[in-house]
Design a protein around this ligand. Structure first.
Ligand SMILES: *Cc1c(COP(=O)(O)O)cnc(C)c1O
Length: 398
């Protein structure tokens, strides 16, 4: 081994000793309620494919048709010659689904967060994020150069104190007379990815109004699941019009891949002009855009309503046996990293896949099994899951 590899191996040993070593598991099947991992068929309770669309024939046919008409690659970034009809159709479908003036898609939700936050803020501004927001928001906030403040999870008092501080900071005279007015952006998720609990969006919207701040909400785990029209938790709580920047992914309930920002025409125009992850990246392949558009169409229609109802009836059934926050994400808190790994391995042995989530995805000592439910699960699947959980003492209700 050369010196470079030796050093990296020693670093990896440290990771292993902390029980934090990660490994890829090869999946030899499409995404379904059942998947094959390392040759073993497993009941899949780990996916974010909440509505069971990732392997849906309509999405697959849409992707194939797009490949036939527009090819495999998109050739360039959107602003050069890669802004293909499937991208535009997808953005029109998304804006209409979410009920916003406009939408812009990115190669991933991660890229959407980077693009939006970086386009809107610079070092004169303040960004305030919930303690449990996704890594993409924290990373984007850091890179934007804005002053980053973190408020306690769903803690409105804490947030208000920070907003007061930000107001005082903004009141200082600008360094140059021409400098624009400094801004405060609040960012949260609507349903938190690792805990499955909701954010108090109404109260957050009221606070941002009170302080003249902007609000960005990541609906990655709520779009397709909440609200009469399945737009997300903001729709359900009737605050969508108050949220300046509505973010989401095309890789979860929509069954495809990519990320999006929905909002006003000036917002989208600003992103097209300033979002670096949009400008300096090859456009998503036509197949991805077309599959996502088919996903949006299904979620928006009667089949989406039917799938959403099936998902909630599965969640309700599981919640009779396990404490949950009522979302499709049901964390089984374990604590110690090694113990979480052991529980996950025991479940895998009995044919059920529920992955252990460890630091840095969650805090140290907060390791958990993250159980996710899909409309694709049958009642028999749920029964098998509950029996397996019972066998390893993981049901919290008798
Ligand atoms: C998955 C996820 C993202 C990232 O979306 P991708 O499309 O997977 O890059 C962003 N925010 C949250 C809360 C997520 O769970």
């Amino acid at each position: 081994m050369n010196a470079f590899d030796e050093e990296l191996s020693s670093r990896l040993n440290d990771v292993r000793e902390q029980g934090l070593y990660r490994q890829l598991r090869r999946v030899d099947s499409p995404q379904n309620a059942r998947i094959e991992i390392d040759g073993q068929p497993l009941l899949n309770f780990s996916s974010n494919d909440y509505l069971g669309l990732a392997n849906d024939p309509l999405l697959k046919e849409a992707a194939i048709a797009a490949v036939k008409q527009f090819g495999a690659g998109s050739g360039a970034s959107r602003l050069i010659c890669g802004s293909l009809a499937p991208h535009h159709r997808l953005e029109e479908a998304l804006a209409s689904f979410k009920g916003t003036e406009a939408a812009l898609t990115f190669s991933s939700g991660y890229a959407a967060a980077f693009g939006a936050i970086g386009a809107l803020l610079d070092s004169n501004d303040v960004i305030v994020v919930d303690k449990l927001v996704h890594a993409c928001i924290v990373d984007a906030a850091r890179l934007s150069g804005a002053k980053l403040r973190v408020f306690g999870h769903n803690n409105l008092n804490d947030l208000e104190k920070i907003l007061r501080w930000a107001d005082r900071r903004h009141a200082a005279p600008p360094l140059t007379p021409s400098a624009r007015r400094p801004r405060t952006l609040i960012v949260t998720e609507s349903i938190f990815s690792m805990d499955g609990d909701p954010a108090p969006l109404r109260e957050l919207a009221a606070l941002k109004d009170k302080f003249g701040a902007w609000l960005m909400v990541d609906e990655a785990h709520a779009t397709g699941l909440y609200g009469k029209l399945r737009r997300g938790l903001a729709e359900e709580l009737e605050v969508a019009e108050k949220i300046e920047i509505q973010m989401g992914t095309l890789g979860k309930a929509f069954g495809a891949a990519g990320g999006y920002i929905c909002g006003s025409v000036p917002l989208i125009d600003c992103l097209i002009n300033r979002a670096r992850s949009f400008i300096f990246s090859t456009a998503p392949v036509p197949a991805a855009a077309a599959a996502a558009a088919a996903g949006v169409q299904i979620v928006a229609g009667a089949a989406g309503e039917e799938r959403r109802n099936r998902l909630w009836s599965n969640v309700t059934e599981i919640s009779r046996h396990i404490d949950s926050k009522g979302s499709a994400i049901i964390p089984l808190l374990i604590g110690e990293e090694g113990k979480a790994m052991d529980k996950a391995a025991a479940l895998r042995k009995s044919g059920v896949y529920v992955p252990a989530i460890r630091f840095p995805t969650v805090a140290h000592g907060q390791a958990r099994l993250r159980l996710t439910v899909s409309a694709g699960h049958s009642r028999a699947d749920i029964d098998l899951l509950l029996a397996a959980l019972r066998a390893v003492n993981l049901t919290s209700k008798p």
